[in-house]
Design a binder for this molecule. Structure first.
Ligand code: XMP
Length: 495
């Protein structure tokens, strides 16, 4: 009976076990569309999510990801209040309307107006009486008179005909109105009262990111992690405007987690993603609770030691494909989380049914990841650690402990924790936009080889060939010493 366990054991495969077979294609990489679903109610223009790790995703990373068309999953190794602030940072950073608008009263002096503009570094001020805009005064109005008439009143020099816009005005319409009327700023009014201001500079800045992931109000999409039993956190994140909340736990097929996922789902408006899982049975059990997305990966991550410490895991391509087969029946999106080292791995994950991928190590070295650059032997690095590492479990809010079903009581010693992750550094890579450019470029190239114009095509049309270890050795550069490091094939060895 015991031997049968081994005899009947299935074989599991991961990224390096397969390549995709090139096929006749009329698809040019430049024409490929990478739009995909991340959860039941949210799409991304690039299928990339940054990991909920304290060395990967806080608001700076989430903003950068959203600008490029992906989404950041804010980690939970901080207090609820701090995490709520991070979510709000992402949302307000993309708010076209400046809500803390600086105004001036009509009876203020020209000198006051000049001082405020200099101090606040703005070039114009709405003139407001009883919250109603009655004029606008700009630097241009002030410069000719600042030395002669500085004690005169603002109301004597302001422009009285002020163009205002309602809150519902789209950025394109606001830009048209501003251009047609040759104004640089448009006060936004609600029921006749000022509630913000929109500037041409901000509208143009926004146009730099045509692929950005935005909600219905035009603000950046953001996701945030919660503990499996932390309903309070989930509800606070939901109130703060998180579009997606992700249950962040090492084993989401723990039946207590499955049950609590339903409670969380019933108490939030945001989409709920659950993970991590690695089997079709886990997918069935979670989908029965009406989850909006599944996250797959037990132990493939670069910093993970679960497979070594617990001896548990499923090689990632097998896990993703099995979960995706079940998820497809429910029409629920799947995220392949962890273990992706090159852009080709992203393409393979999608080809076996993932709708998007979650990246930790590929993004941890970027400028937007939390933490400082460290210099070792003259080269730049950033810290990267597993959420189940000792450092993450005992640092911050200790979120790593309940991710791995462990408890820290009082001044408990490190020696009472069983880590399932390690701590280290990864090479510094500069801005995340440059890393994403390479990763998405590689994905597009792959889709071109496979004749897939869309992510859906890629899932349906791609074909695999199983390869041997020598096949993989042949795939990497060989028989030369690389002299110029390629941006999508790093050769920096850490040891
Ligand atoms: P990559 O390979 O992108 O993986 O660096 C990131 C993913 O790894 C998971 N993660 C962990 N898994 N022990 C684990 O077994 C850990 O300490 C740990 N920390 C993160 C997580 O799913 C992440 O997205």
């Amino acid at each position: 009976m015991y031997f049968k366990k081994l005899e009947n054991a299935p074989e599991g495969y991961t990224y390096d076990d397969f390549l995709m077979i090139p096929s006749a294609s009329s698809v040019e990489p430049k024409d490929v569309k990478t739009k995909s679903r991340v959860s039941n109610n949210h799409d991304l223009n690039i299928p990339i999510i940054s990991s909920a790790m304290d060395t990967v995703t806080e608001s700076a990373m989430a903003i950068a990801l959203a600008q490029e068309g992906g989404i950041g999953l804010i980690h939970r190794n901080m207090t609820i209040e701090e995490q709520v602030e991070e979510v709000k940072n992402v949302k307000t950073s993309s708010d076209l309307t400046i809500r803390d608008v600086i105004t001036i009263s009509p009876d203020s002096t020209i000198k006051d107006a000049n001082d405020i503009m200099n101090y606040e570094e703005v070039s114009g001020l709405p003139v407001v009486e009883d919250d109603t805009v009655i004029g606008i005064i700009s630097k241009r109005d002030i410069i000719p008179i600042i030395n002669s008439d500085y004690n005169k009143k603002v109301k004597d020099f302001m422009t009285e005909e002020v163009l205002t816009i309602p809150e519902s005005t789209s950025p394109d319409d606001a830009l048209d109105i501003a251009y047609e009327n040759k104004v640089e700023r448009l006060p936004v009014v609600r029921d006749g009262k000022i509630m913000g201001i929109v500037t041409v500079r901000d509208i143009l800045e926004r146009k730099k990111f045509p692929n950005a992931s935005r909600d219905k109000k035009g603000k950046f999409l953001v996701a945030a992690a919660t503990g499996p039993f932390d309903l309070e956190r989930a509800m606070a994140l939901d109130d703060a405007g998180a579009d997606i909340i992700a249950i962040d736990v090492a084993h989401a097929h723990n039946l207590n987690v499955v049950n609590s996922s339903k409670t969380i789902k019933d108490n939030i408006d945001a989409d709920l993603i659950a993970g991590n899982i690695a089997t079709s049975e886990a997918a069935e059990d979670l989908l029965a609770k009406e989850i909006d997305g599944l996250k797959v990966g037990i132990g493939p991550g670069s910093i993970c030691t679960t497979r070594i410490i617990a001896g548990v895991g499923v090689p990632q391509l097998t896990a993703v494909s099995q979960v995706a087969d079940v998820a497809a029946q429910y029409d629920v999106p799947v995220i392949a989380d962890g273990g992706l080292r090159f852009s080709g791995d992203i393409a393979k994950a999608i080809a076996v049914g993932a709708d998007s991928v979650m990246l930790g190590s590929l993004l941890a070295g970027t400028h937007e990841a939390p933490g400082d650059v460290v210099i070792m032997n003259g080269r730049k690095f950033k810290q990267y650690r597993g959420m189940g590492s000792l450092g993450a479990m005992t640092g911050g809010f200790g979120a790593g402990t309940d991710r791995y079903f462990q408890e820290v009581k009082g001044s408990m010693k490190h020696s009472k924790l069983v880590p399932e992750g390690v701590e280290g550094v990864v090479p510094y890579k500069g801005p995340v936009s440059e890393v994403l450019f390479q990763l998405i470029g590689g994905l597009k190239s792959s889709m071109g080889y496979c004749g897939a114009e869309t992510i859906k095509d890629m899932k349906e049309k791609s074909k695999f060939i199983k390869i041997t270890a020598s096949g993989m050795a042949e795939s990497h550069p060989h028989d030369l010493t690389i002299t110029n490091e390629s941006p999508n094939y790093p050769t920096t060895r850490l040891m």
